[in-house]
Design a protein around this ligand. Structure first.
Ligand SMILES: Nc1ncnc2c1ncn2[C@@H]1O[C@H](COP(=O)(O)OP(=O)(O)OP(=O)(O)O)[C@@H](O)[C@H]1O
Ligand SMILES: [Mg+2]
Length: 387
């Protein structure tokens, strides 16, 4: 596939703060790229630079073979000539224009009279099920309808690239799922190229052909959703995609253990011998990869078991989200409601319980400080050896 769109070395500062830091993106024709990162990491600023609404200090942006921005040669194509569609978080419809006039707006700005004559406005409205709303004003629409009109406006001119800046975050949960699925279907049908910004991992996994996980103005991992899910490249990415359990691991002469001394078989976790150079590491696990037990006897041989106390348990339908304090480590367990519901309903705060995990589920990363504080009470037990 040809590379449709390329951002190289993009740098944007505000005052003395570097907000976008030598960022690279390479987007294929028809690809749906999701930019995922926490609040303030520079997602909107990156989109605004691509759209031509901010002027970066460094780097370049090219569409196919067409350079629209290059700091070194001072090329800076104005926003309205970049053929980009934008859909914002705040729907940003013109309140004094009807739905028809709003959707038509990008065609008028680009002087695409034949597209208007050919009914492209009506087609775009129909695509998002807003064909019956063309003569209404935005104030006469629900939030979900307004956002769908904004999507139609973003796509109507058949732009080279569509930028979405958290377009679903102002919608309630049910509408969010509906509009998300509509955007997904539209992308599969029309095959436009997109950059979609969100800080919601479920949205990112659902929509992205590839994900770019952003941290402080840089891309931390750039990969398919499956690979990001299976093999997050850093502790930061792992935490961001829902591996809420963080265990500090220590290399002792007998092998790797938890802080409290429970042996952890890093070979089983698939960790290459020389990946961790120091004597400390960080392990990450998803709540659904931890199991609950009444006693250590129930922990499978080779698994790592912790004795702990119940902190909270929250009902979630098919599961309970359980927080356990295991000797100062907070562990988060997603426990099957059918299996454990009765027990968890009856359990009171402070009740003893055992948590275990298989080391094969562990993702291990170098420790950011190269240091682990070992001064914690020893409550965790060593995993049972083969009985
Ligand atoms: N015009 C501006 N002047 C000064 N600082 C700015 C400006 N725009 C953004 N910033 C700063 O740049 C940083 C990144 O902002 P940006 O809006 O790109 O973040 P974001 O990743 O989109 O966050 P969110 O998820 O909250 O929308 C923030 O610290 C913000 O305060
Ligand atoms: Mg933003």
């Amino acid at each position: 596939m040809t590379s449709q769109f390329k951002v190289s070395n993009l740098t944007k500062t505000f005052g003395s703060n570097t907000i976008v830091d030598q960022l690279d993106l390479d987007i294929q024709d028809g690809e749906f790229l999701v930019l995922l990162g926490p609040s303030g990491c520079g997602k909107t600023t990156t989109l605004r630079c691509i759209a031509g609404l901010e002027t970066p200090e460094g780097g370049s942006i090219t569409f196919k073979d067409n350079t629209v921005f290059d700091a070194s040669t001072r090329i800076n194509v104005p926003a309205y000539k970049r053929n980009i569609g934008m859909v914002f978080q705040s729907y940003a419809l013109w309140p004094n224009m009807t739905v028809r006039e709003n959707i038509r707006y990008p065609l008028k700005v680009r002087r695409m009279k034949s597209a208007i004559a050919a009914g492209q406005v009506e087609t775009a409205a129909d695509m998002v099920d807003c064909g019956a709303l063309l003569d209404r004003y935005p104030s006469q629409l629900s939030g979900g309808q307004q956002q769908r009109v904004a999507v139609a406006r973003g796509l109507v001119a058949r732009p080279d690239l569509v930028l979405f800046d958290e377009p679903l975050s102002n919608l309630d949960a049910r509408l969010r799922d509906q509009v998300r699925s509509q955007i997904h279907q539209l992308h599969q049908r029309l095959g436009f190229t997109a950059v979609f910004v969100t800080h919601d991992q479920a949205e990112a996994f659902a929509l992205g052909d590839r994900l770019a996980i952003m941290k402080a103005g840089k891309i931390e991992q750039y990969d398919t959703p499956e690979r990001v899910y299976q093999t997050p490249s850093s502790d930061y990415v792992a935490a961001f995609i829902g591996m809420a359990n963080r265990l500090e691991l220590v290399r002792r002469h007998e092998g790797w253990t938890t802080r409290a001394g429970a042996p952890v078989d890093l070979d089983a976790a698939g960790v290459q011998g020389d990946y961790i150079s120091g004597d400390t590491a960080v392990g990450r696990l998803r709540p659904e990869d931890l199991a609950l037990h009444h006693s250590l006897d129930e922990v499978r041989a080779g698994d790592v078991g912790f004795v702990g106390e119940l902190v909270t348990s929250e009902y979630g339908g098919r599961y309970f989200d359980v927080t356990v304090d295991a000797g100062g480590e907070q562990l988060f367990v997603r426990a099957d409601a059918e299996r454990h519901g009765r027990w968890l309903r009856a359990a009171t705060i402070g009740s003893p319980l055992v948590v275990s995990f298989s080391p094969t589920k562990l993702r291990v990363f170098p420790h950011p400080d190269g240091h682990v504080d070992l001064q914690v009470p020893v409550l965790a037990q060593a995993a049972r050896s083969e009985a």
